[in-house]
Each structure stands twice: as structure tokens, then as C-alpha cells.
Design a binder for this molecule. Structure first.
Ligand code: MNH
Length: 465
């Protein structure tokens, strides 16, 4: 290494940063009408050349990385790891030490990972497929009967919640039988919002939010009581009639390594984790992708040609769904442009120089802006253009693995990815086949923790033959 390249290594204090005031630090510069994450993504664009920047929340400095060169060195489990920071710290109030929000050193992560992983294998997906088709049928019936533009985000949320709860716990929310979202979903949406809003409050202002905190506590109670009811109902059924789903795994299996079982408290956290992680992100992906398809007539027609050629008239099989190549690539491209987990947090185990230019102290959390990686012009030509063909094998081969991380990295990567992609492929296939869409106009974003289109009303017509 030359002297020059050594001297070009900077520490995190040398990063570009937002202005700071006493006590409230960078808070006045963090507001954005589309939410905190939208602001971070804007900053990532602005600091594209540096590849990283820092902000100061009251009490702490937060570093974000937004290009492939720097991020790639944070994706190796030997030298760095997932850490619980930002909203995940608060989400632990209701997801506890469930798989998503557990610290890597917690025994319950290892235990639950070993007990539940078999339930996520490619071969287990066949068992969940009937729940996917059943839930989708309710959406199709609802859209066929629609006399006005449909609420895409609401309906995709209904679909994915109904699917994960039926597949995972044999529980029916019957969301399409309700004009408004199920109280569980309303409580969850508020609790998630509070988990991110609370990050931006200086300590002195906390008492001003007494009402929000009281609502937060009662929302969490509401979610716990639904989950406890699901567990109780299962235990009341004779064990030989239990379906082979996640709930049965949790209640009857023990850790193959230690023989230990999951505690009742941890099972409650796991169920809530699955209900949350298992629907929000997939709903957002479906809504973004449908928005794109509705804006692009020729993409819609290409998709429809694939679906018509490969599926028969009735309900498809899982194998047929897995073979819908353009549908899958369209979803991959949807997750590139709008990754519904737009940031993950990693920290080096020992001091680490990343991208040959930024020195990160041991244990210092770094927010990796996945959304920004996915639009890094160094690896993605014309990054803002929607093009499913980027995911043809010959093009994918040319990119570094770190360029595309919608499902996270290493041993803490998403366990539900097969589930999500099968569910989403089935949904897109059946919708593009049956309906024509009117162009809904440009995309607007909603300021939620997991990004979604805002107020996306879609006018439908039955397909013209
Ligand atoms: Mn999912 C972890 C993205 C669907 C269950 N998921 C993650 C992570 C990302 C992610 C990113 C890693 C987060 C981090 O590093 O902090 N997940 C997605 C996306 C979709 C998705 C983009 C849909 C599209 N996830 C699902 C579904 C399920 C699920 C569906 C369940 C059926 N995800 C999980 C679980 C984890 C996770 C459980 C935590 C894994 C672990 O750390 O052990």
C-alpha cells in the first residue's frame, strides 16, 4: 500500500455531516415530508462521491454508508455483524428477542434459528402454497366486485397478512370481509411509526408525548392479546390434529443441538415477528411493482404473454409459479428500486477500514442504505430506469454480490425470502392476467418505516380480450 493511499483513509469524524445545534443537534435538518428514511436517501444521493455521511441525533452520532464500494466490506460475517440499532431498538418493545430483533449473542436467536429454519426450506413451501392461493382468491373476488378504484396498499396489506397468518398459524384475519383494516394492523402501524418517531425526540421533549406513549402501550397490549389467543386456541386442539406450520414447530419442537424448547414469552415474540416481518415488506413490494406495471403498458403485456403461455386457466401449481421468469425478474427489479427494508445495520467486530478509505471503530454501528446501493451508478447503469432484464443471468453475473441486498446479508439474512417471492409471483401473475389498469400517475411515497406508495388508487377493468 502506498503512503498516499494510507493517508487517504479517514475516520468517521472526517465524514461530511449535517449542521448541529446544542441539545437538539441535527434534528431541524432531518425532517422530510416523506419521512426520516426519505431524508437519509436524499443525503445518500447528495454525498454519493464520499459514499458516507454522519448525522447527529440527540445523544449520538449515526453514520450511514450509501455506495457499493464501502458497503461490501461490511457484509462479511467474519469481520462484521448485524447489530440492533435505530428503530429496531424500539421494535424490541413488541418483537423482543424474536428472530428479527434479537442480538446475535442472545441464546434465543440461535435456538429459534435452529428450530424454525426447517420451516423455511424450499421444500416446506409446498405446505404454505394452499394458504397463498386461498388468500389471493379473496383479493381477486374483491377486485372483481370493485366499482371504484381500489386501494392498492391497503389490499396488498390485507393479502399478505392473511397469507402469513393462515400459512404460519392457521389463523384467519379474513381481512377482505372488513371495510377497514383489522385493529391488529392499525395497532401495528401506529406502534411501528412510534418506534421511528421516538428516535428523533430530544430527552427534554419526551413528556410532551404522553398521549402517544399511552397509545403505544395499549397498542402493544392489543397485539400481545391477539397472539396469546392464537397460542391458546392451538393448545386447546388435540395435538394429533395440528397442522404442520410454524406455530406447531414452535410449540412442539426442541432445539436439535441443546434439546431446549422456546419459552412461552419467546413464542409470543416469534409470532409477532412473523406477522410483522412476514407481511409489511411483501405488501410494499407488491404495491410498488403494481404501480410500475400500471404505468407501463408494454411491461404489462410482456408479463401477460408469459403468464398466458405458462399457466392454465385455473389455479396454478407452485412449480408453475416458480417458472414464471419475467414475473420473478420484475419483482427483483421492484426490490432493487424500492427495497422495502431500505437500511440494515452492521458493525465491525474489530476496527476495520472499509472501501480502502474509511476507518470504522470496533462495534460502531453503520447504517447501510440498501436503497442507495441499489442505485449506485458505479454498478447500475441508468439506475433510475426500471428494467427487469438487469436480472437476466448474463447481466447479474457481471455485478458484485454487494450491489443487491434486498434480503440482508449473511446468517441474519431474511429467512422468509422464498415465501415472499412465491407469494408475490402468484399475486402478480394472477392480477396481470385478469385485469387492465389505468395509469395511476407518478409515484408518491408514504412516510412509513417500511416504504410504500402513498394513496395509490388503481382503476381496474376486466381484461380486454
Ligand atoms: Mn424478511 C430478516 C427483507 C419477507 C421473515 N428480512 C430480513 C432482513 C431483510 C428482510 C432485509 C434482514 C434485516 C436486517 O439485517 O436487519 N423480508 C425482507 C423483504 C421481504 C421479506 C424485502 C419481502 C419482500 N421476511 C419476509 C417474510 C417472512 C420474513 C415473508 C416470514 C415468512 N425476515 C424474516 C425473519 C427475519 C427477516 C424471521 C430475521 C432473520 C434472522 O435474523 O434470523
Amino acid at each position: 500500500m502506498t503512503v498516499e493511499s494510507v493517508s487517504s483513509v479517514i475516520g468517521i469524524e472526517g465524514l461530511p455531516q449535517l449542521p448541529r445545534l446544542p441539545v437538539i443537534e441535527s434534528l431541524p435538518w432531518l425532517a422530510h415530508r416523506d419521512g426520516f428514511m426519505a431524508r437519509m436517501l436524499e443525503l445518500a444521493e447528495r454525498h454519493r462521491d464520499a459514499g458516507a455521511f454522519a448525522i447527529h441525533r440527540p445523544g449520538r452520532r449515526v453514520v450511514f454508508v450509501g455506495n457499493v464500494l464501502l458497503a461490501a466490506d461490511l457484509f462479511d460475517d467474519n469481520t462484521s455483524e448485524k447489530v440492533i440499532d435505530g428503530p429496531l431498538v424500539n421494535i424490541r418493545d413488541f418483537a423482543g428477542d424474536g428472530l428479527f430483533t434479537a442480538h446475535g449473542h442472545e441464546a434465543n436467536w440461535h435456538r429459534a434459528h435452529r428450530i424454525l429454519s426447517p420451516g423455511f426450506s424450499a421444500s416446506s413451501m409446498e405446505r404454505y402454497f394452499p394458504a397463498m392461493t386461498e388468500s389471493l382468491d379473496a383479493l381477486l373476488a374483491h377486485w372483481r366486485a370493485a366499482r371504484a378504484p381500489v386501494d392498492v396498499v391497503g389490499d396488498m396489506t390485507r393479502l399478505t397478512l392473511d397469507t402469513i397468518s393462515l400459512a404460519g398459524f392457521d389463523y384467519r384475519f379474513d381481512s377482505f370481509a372488513r371495510p377497514t383494516l383489522h385493529p391488529f394492523l392499525q395497532a401495528l402501524a401506529r406502534a411501528l411509526q412510534e418506534s421511528i418517531d421516538a428516535l428523533l425526540r430530544p430527552a427534554f421533549a419526551v413528556p410532551l408525548f404522553r398521549g402517544r406513549r399511552a397509545k403505544y402501550a395499549s397498542d402493544i397490549e392489543l397485539m400481545f392479546s391477539l397472539v396469546d389467543q392464537v397460542i391458546r386456541e392451538r393448545r386447546q386442539r388435540p395435538e394429533d390434529s395440528w397442522p404442520r406450520d410454524f406455530l406447531s414447530l414452535m410449540l412442539s419442537e426442541s432445539d436439535p443441538k441443546t434439546g431446549e424448547r422456546l419459552s412461552d414469552e419467546n413464542i409470543r415474540y416469534q409470532i409477532l415477528t412473523f406477522l410483522i416481518a412476514g407481511h409489511e415488506t411483501t405488501a410494499g413490494l407488491l404495491a410498488f411493482t403494481l404501480h410500475r406495471i400500471a404505468r407501463d403498458r408494454s411491461l404489462h403485456e410482456r408479463l401477460r404473454r408469459e403468464v398466458d403461455a405458462q399457466l392454465d386457466d385455473g389455479v396454478p401449481t407452485m412449480k408453475q409459479v416458480l417458472e414464471l421468469d419475467l414475473v420473478r425478474r420484475t419483482l427483483s427489479e421492484g426490490l432493487r428500486l424500492w427495497p422495502t427494508v431500505p437500511a440494515i445495520t452492521r458493525a465491525p467486530k474489530e476496527e476495520l477500514v472499509i472501501g480502502g478509505r474509511l476507518r470504522v471503530p470496533a462495534g460502531h454501528p453503520i447504517g447501510v442504505l440498501v436503497h442507495a446501493l441499489h442505485r449506485d451508478p458505479a454498478v447500475w447503469p441508468e439506475p433510475d430506469r426500471f428494467d427487469p432484464d438487469r436480472f437476466l443471468p448474463e447481466q447479474s453475473k457481471k455485478r458484485p454480490a454487494a450491489a443487491y441486498k434486498p434480503f440482508g446479508v449473511g446468517k441474519r439474512a431474511c429467512t422468509g425470502r422464498h415465501f415472499a417471492l412465491i407469494e408475490a409471483s402468484l399475486c402478480i401473475a394472477m392480477l396481470v392476467r385478469e385485469f387492465d389498469f389505468e395509469d395511476p400517475g407518478p409515484l408518491r411515497l408514504s412516510p412509513t418505516v417500511s416504504p410504500k406508495p402513498r394513496a395509490l388508487a388503481l382503476a381496474l377493468r376486466p381484461r380486454r380480450r
